[in-house]
Design a protein around this ligand. Sequence first.
Ligand code: FAD
Length: 303
Amino acid sequence: MLDKLNELLGGALRLDEPMSRYTSFRIGGLADAMLIPRDVVELKAGLHNARRLNIPITFIGNGSNLLVRDGGIRGLVIKLSGTLDWVHINGNVVRAGCGVLLSTLAHRAVDAGLKGLEFAAGIPGTLGGAVNMNAGAYDGEMKDVVTCARVLDYAGEEMELSYDDLGFGYRKSALQQKGLLAVEVTLELEVGDKEESLAKITELNRRRREKQPIALPSAGSVFKRPPGHYAGPLIEQAGLKGCRIGDAEVSTLHAGFIVNVGNATANDVLALIKHVQSTVQEKFDVTLEPEIRIIGEDKGEDE
Ligand SMILES: Cc1cc2nc3c(=O)[nH]c(=O)nc-3n(C[C@H](O)[C@H](O)[C@H](O)COP(=O)(O)OP(=O)(O)OC[C@H]3O[C@@H](n4cnc5c(N)ncnc54)[C@H](O)[C@@H]3O)c2cc1C
């Protein structure tokens, strides 16, 4: 079926791609096939034909919030970074393709004299991934700046979602619940001062470098903030900083991060997540829920 799909897409597929190349964790088995669509026409053709051939579809952005299991991903992975990354700015309204990196978008906005997106400049994801996750940091979240989005469903049907339709909540959106792919996003920002915005980005990035293990592969904060608590301090108070399974380690800098200190497998990370969850549950009676998205298949015993 994948050969047929590749033929229909004019040979655009990459076959047996190691997902470790496409995730910030540097972990993950092979994807059967990957499409990095050059434009929306190719994206729609990929969705439409995969659906027609009953091939399962997974979409990813910059892979910065993903743990891909060691058995990889069956079917088609559609990767939406390094493509669809245009930006149009008109007054205080910014329209952009889902593939643009948040750092690029934040700097484009600042260059145009707009403020409001500084919080996002250090988040290593795409615009589409950030809308899906309602990504946020310091004093902002995507829900504060996004006004609407053009999305596709798994059959390649296009529709416009209003702010209310996007159903933003803490690290969630309607895109997650409904399995929709954002193609184009509109944001409304405020008129600002370029120097002030640049100074803010520099300061937030400094805080990030000081507090987060950004030099090591990770997927950012592993757990959502449990109501009334912060995950990092709880994990630290449970004595788990530096705790290691295989090459997966609870960061010694920020206990809310798990880092890959060498050749960690997804199984190492999953075992460490479980250990952290059960220890924190036992010590503090607090349930930690993963914020990172865990996708793909376990590795079979004979592999
Ligand atoms: C060092 C580090 C620091 C981080 N700091 C933060 C932080 O401060 N705040 C924060 O919120 N996150 C943070 N993250 C996590 C991550 O960067 C964000 O969640 C980011 O928004 C994910 O974007 P992505 O493009 O990498 O998406 P991916 O990780 O590739 O995908 C995440 C989810 O989004 C979906 N998706 C991707 N593209 C689209 C699209 N176009 N339409 C619909 N769904 C899509 C995927 O299917 C998947 O379910 C950090 C990660 C790292 C590694």
